[in-house]
Write a protein that binds this ligand. Structure first.
Ligand code: FE2
Length: 136
């Protein structure tokens, strides 16, 4: 998949506007990393972009998790989020140690975001609608 094609697609919708808007913003932050990667970037701008992403991820996961706290597999989903945060923190450390591969990071982030939304988030939001529909 070419990066220019990585834009929001209707099939990424979880059915909740607030979360869809946050996912869209995550893709925007990702696009920013792509352009920084392609510049003669200094370390400070790269670091700033990664820290901005980390900040927003924190806000986003907190928002998202509130929607499915009652889900029987809530703890699994939260663990996946924590592992992702640890990966991104690892990128920031790699940058400080001059061994960050920006290309690998950008690819990982794109693949993770899309895969996670499509295979985990959408399923959880669907499950919660089922649970709600069953009146439990
Ligand atoms: Fe998630």
């Amino acid at each position: 998949m070419h990066e220019a094609e990585t834009i929001w697609k209707p099939e990424y919708s979880v059915g909740v506007d607030e979360i869809d808007a946050q996912h869209r913003y995550l893709f925007e932050l990702w696009q920013m990393l792509v352009s920084i990667r392609d510049q003669e970037g200094n370390r400070r701008s790269r670091r700033q972009a990664i820290l901005s992403l980390l900040d927003y991820i924190d806000l986003h996961f907190t928002t998202e998790e509130a929607y499915y706290r009652e889900h029987p597999r809530f703890a699994d989903h939260q663990r996946i989020h924590r592992e992702f945060v640890a990966r991104v923190q690892g990128f920031e450390r790699d940058l400080e140690n001059d061994r960050l591969d920006m290309h690998a990071m950008v690819d990982f982030l794109r693949d993770w975001l899309i895969d996670h939304i499509v295979h985990t988030d959408i399923r959880f939001f669907n499950d919660m609608r089922q649970i709600g529909a069953n009146g439990s």
